[in-house]
Design a protein around this ligand. Structure first.
Ligand SMILES: NC(=O)c1ccc[n+]([C@@H]2O[C@H](COP(=O)([O-])OP(=O)(O)OC[C@H]3O[C@@H](n4cnc5c(N)ncnc54)[C@H](O)[C@@H]3O)[C@@H](O)[C@H]2O)c1
Length: 394
């Protein structure tokens, strides 16, 4: 087993898939001494070549070669979503622990099959996203569990990424120049791509989802003609009840302007994070105070909570992405070394996938009860009234 410079044990890791997302991982790996990067494979050889040149390890000639290498104990699956199931199954069958990018598969039957294969073989199966390991997330989760705002009752969570259809997504390139695979992302839809980023935080704070409803819309479907055959969700709204009783209004989308905020309302105050996409976004507390009867506020001035974790030394040098992706692999590596259960293990990951899939196929308008329509189509009237007109009528 390889050892780190500090003498600690390290776990050999190999990457399958060296596309756009691989550049989020590579720069964060040096933060984690328990990871030893053995190498990488991609059928587009140039991508694997540039990956190992930039981040280390050796070039593998095939997936089979990776899976046959006894030094490789964890396979990181960064292949396109449609390949996740077959690549995960091949890796588990070859006796490797698996860390897979989200979503682990595109349906629950396959995900459950993978989880039981891993259990039978005594292997660990984890899935991204890992932003729940960020300083912001850990500070927020700790504060909620410590009862800083009393009992949590309500949460408002948004991951609106901005209106993708109107952005220059065709030009986006990773650090090594790999184009953003927009056709695949748009075909998967915002929910499969992004719901996990918030669901992991919410589930870590409040326990599993026990009840949910959702509504999915495609407001800019016309913009995707010629890009994808079927437009997947562009925005989903939901209401989720968690095991501890907290209810959350959740929005996931790429149609509205960006809003990546999260608010937890408890009976003793309110906690908030402005941007869950940034690993070091401040966590703010506003405690409930007694009101004087002379004002309508009930919250003290905002105070910034100290982060429970130090900043990471190595990160992805792009202002838009302050992510903690490597933390998920490191946590799996630690679990391989200690025999502990990794937080992002199969049970947790399957639940996040289950809720994401339910959310992605949430009710569309025609499945809802129609509200009886009044005969007039414009209830308000024909024109705007200036306040002066009202006083003239009086
Ligand atoms: N693009 C993003 O911003 C982003 C961010 C986070 C996570 N993700 C997730 O990461 C995964 C990969 O996304 P991406 O954007 O890097 O896609 P990508 O298309 O840029 O890269 C995927 C790579 O996998 C390679 N590949 C295909 N089959 C393979 C195999 N059997 N073995 C090894 N390599 C194989 C492809 O040649 C390609 O280079 C997806 O699940 C996606 O949801 C993407």
């Amino acid at each position: 087993m390889p050892t780190s410079m500090g003498g600690g044990k390290r776990v050999g890791v190999a990457f399958l898939g060296c596309g756009y997302a691989a550049d989020f991982y590579g720069p964060t790996l040096p933060n984690y001494p328990e990871i030893s990067l053995i190498g990488a494979y991609d059928p587009e050889e140039e991508r694997a070549k540039t990956f190992v040149a930039e981040y280390g390890g050796r070039l593998f000639g095939s997936m089979e070669e990776v899976l046959a290498d006894p030094e490789v104990r964890i396979v990181v699956n960064l292949t396109p979503t449609a390949r996740h199931y077959t690549v995960n199954r091949a890796a588990l069958s070859a006796g490797k622990h698996v860390y897979c990018e989200k979503p682990m598969t595109t349906n629950m039957a396959e995900a459950r099959e993978l989880a039981s294969l891993a259990a039978q073989r005594g292997l660990l199966l984890c899935s991204a996203p890992a932003t729940v390991f960020s300083r912001s997330a850990q500070t927020l989760v700790r504060a909620v569990h410590d009862g800083v705002v009393g009992t949590p009752r309500l949460a408002y969570a948004s991951l609106d990424m901005g209106p993708l259809a109107f952005m220059a997504y065709r030009d986006w390139r990773s650090k090594r120049g790999v184009p953003w695979p927009y056709r695949e992302e748009v075909a998967n839809g915002c929910v499969l791509e992004h719901a996990g980023y918030l669901l992991t935080w919410l589930t870590a704070m409040f326990g599993p989802v026990v009840r949910m409803s959702g509504h999915t819309v495609t407001p800019f479907a016309d913009q995707w003609e010629g890009v994808v055959a079927d437009v997947a969700p562009e925005t989903s709204f939901g209401a989720l009840r968690f095991a501890d009783g907290t209810v959350c209004r959740l929005t996931i989308g790429w149609a509205a302007p960006a809003d990546k905020s999260l608010l937890v309302v408890g009976d003793e105050g309110v906690l908030s994070v402005d941007d869950v996409w940034q690993a070091s976004s401040p966590v703010t507390l506003r405690r409930r105070v007694r009101t004087t009867g002379r004002d309508t506020g009930y919250l003290a001035e905002p105070e910034r909570l100290p982060f429970v974790l130090p900043p990471l030394e190595h990160g992805y040098d792009d202002e838009a992405h302050d992510l903690t992706v490597g933390a998920g692999i490191a946590d799996l590596a630690r679990a391989v070394l200690t025999g502990d259960r990794p937080p992002l293990g199969a049970e947790f990951s399957l639940h996040i996938l289950d809720v994401s899939l339910r959310f992605a196929t949430a009710a569309t308008a025609d499945e809802h009860i129609d509200v009886p329509a009044p005969s007039a189509t414009r209830l308000w009237g024909d024109r705007y009234r200036h306040p002066a007109e009202f006083s003239a009528l009086a």
